[in-house]
Design a protein around this ligand. Structure first.
Ligand SMILES: Cc1cc2nc3c(=O)[nH]c(=O)nc-3n(C[C@H](O)[C@H](O)[C@H](O)COP(=O)(O)OP(=O)(O)OC[C@H]3O[C@@H](n4cnc5c(N)ncnc54)[C@H](O)[C@@H]3O)c2cc1C
Length: 447
């Protein structure tokens, strides 16, 4: 049983506010650490990254201990929108390869482009109950320029063996219920899941594979212990050959000095509507696709298993700070986007955080020989976190740095001004998106 009384670190909005807390199967039984234990690998953080790493290590016969400050899925993994997208939203593939440098760029392009197949295969392999549907991803273009960029995406992704295709405005409307787009891009390997159910399923799988998970157990310090490492927690410690720090945007900061500076925190709100009538569900998302638009301040949406509309939105001014105002704003926006929504009530409203990297893709940090960390998903961590969990397992089982999928980098700080820059840029980018849509004969959304 999770021992609530022993919690010493409070790091955010209660998970109970999220819709997934209502609809996910119960978490596996776990307790806090009250003794000294040893492991081959100690993993800090029970989100997608840490648990996927743990499973891939346990599959290779390694003894794994996970410590989690709160409960499995407490961080972003239990409160996201559950879109599974095997794409790079902000980069063309060639741009990404150049940015990361070869051979890592091409390896990561392959891994990310196969990431949803990897995730759904893991779900099938271990029978994880998480309402998983691999029904396809629609990227809805808000302007002609965005649609033209999608033509290049079709060529690039299909060159890797994918079967993506362009959609006319009419086809986008058929799949997404929205008459507001210029056209779109369809990727059949996208999908969606109940993220907390998935995360708890990963935790259960790891335990079944022989791993130990201690919840309500914050790691307070990582210190050398001879040729190994010691992880101190309030009432116990773990000695392990390797340590993986997978604390995402929910770091308990004292564990490794400076980790909190490696990314900028971006607050974000998640919302779930009331279950929609079945005829409305079938009008807006007849194939239960997952939808993200190309605007910089995008609408994204999907249905959950009970037909609730799920979305998320970045905070800005009153938006996100004032719950009633935010709900009203999103009602206006979604009723404009989806005219079929005659009645829309937001029944769940929860807070989350994103770990933003300037390059909008996670980094693998070598903190010391035997200690690695991964963060910076920048809002795309469901499929990516699952895949890079395996990269961490490769690192921990001795794959040399030059053979890893991502480069092992020294810890570096995200630019101080990044957060302010994001705040300043958003209104400007929104204005540019509105102007582009108007120029192409489309009405921009009411914000
Ligand atoms: C509202 C919202 C919507 C999103 N939507 C999507 C989406 O649709 N698709 C997508 O791909 N991505 C989405 N994301 C991003 C995605 O959820 C994250 O990138 C991903 O979950 C990160 O997983 P993680 O395991 O790295 O971190 P987390 O899930 O945050 O896990 C880190 C864990 O580490 C624990 N921890 C931290 N420090 C310590 C310590 N010292 N000791 C012990 N435990 C510690 C925390 O308690 C936490 O449970 C969204 C995120 C949010 C917030």
């Amino acid at each position: 049983m999770t021992n609530l009384a022993s919690r010493t670190v409070r790091i955010g909005d209660p998970l109970q506010h999220s819709i997934w807390y209502k609809t996910a199967p119960a978490a596996p039984e776990t307790g806090s650490l009250n003794s000294a234990v040893s492991a081959d690998v100690c993993i800090i953080g029970a989100g997608f990254t840490g648990l996927s790493a743990g499973i891939h290590l346990a599959e290779r016969g390694r003894r794994v201990v996970v410590v989690e400050a709160e409960e499995a899925g407490f961080g972003a993994s239990g409160r996201n929108s559950g879109h599974c997208t095997p794409t790079f939203h902000s980069f063309e593939l060639e741009q990404f390869r150049r940015m990361i440098g070869e051979p890592f760029g091409s390896r990561m392009v392959r891994a990310q482009c196969d990431s949803t197949n990897f995730l759904f295969e893991l779900i099938r392999k271990y029978g994880i109950e998480c309402d998983a549907i691999q029904s396809g991803y629609v990227e809805a273009a808000h302007s002609r320029a965005a649609f033209q960029a999608q033509q290049k995406k079709v060529a690039d992704y299909n060159a890797l063996g994918k079967q993506t295709r362009l959609l006319t405005a009419h086809q986008v409307e058929e799949l997404t219920g929205s008459p507001r787009y210029f056209g779109g891009w369809f990727h059949p390997e996208g999908g969606n899941i109940n993220p907390l159910a998935y995360c708890r399923g990963l935790a259960r799988t790891l335990i079944e594979l022989g791993g130990d998970i201690y919840t309500a157990t914050p790691a307070l310090k990582i210190a050398p212990a001879g040729s190994a490492w010691r992880v101190d927690t309030p009432n116990g410690q773990i000695v392990a050959d390797k340590v993986i720090y997978a604390g995402g945007a929910y770091l308990a900061p004292s564990c490794w000095q400076g980790m909190e500076k490696t990314y900028a925190l971006l607050p974000i709100i998640g919302l779930a509507s009331q279950p929609l009538p079945i005829e409305v569900q079938n009008q807006i998302l007849p194939r239960r696709n997952t939808v993200l638009e190309t605007r910089h301040d995008p609408a994204s949406y999907r249905l959950d298993r009970d037909g609730r509309l799920i979305t998320s939105i970045m905070l800005e001014g009153r938006r996100g700070g004032d719950e009633d105002y935010t709900k009203e704003l999103l009602t206006t926006r979604f009723r404009w986007l989806l005219p079929q929504l005659l009645e829309l009530r937001w029944e769940n409203y929860w807070h989350g955080r994103l770990d933003m990297q300037p390059r909008l893709f996670p980094r693998l940090f070598g903190l010391a020989p035997g200690v690695a960390a991964m963060n910076g998903y920048s809002g795309r961590g469901v499929a990516t976190g699952t895949v890079v969990g395996k990269v961490l397992a490769d690192w921990a089982t001795g794959t040399p740095p030059e053979a890893l999928t991502l480069p092992l980098e020294s810890r570096g700080n995200a630019p101080q001004l990044m957060k302010a820059a994001m705040r300043i840029m958003l209104p400007y980018l929104r204005f540019a998106d509105q102007r582009a849509a108007r120029r192409d004969g489309l009405r921009p959304p009411p914000y």
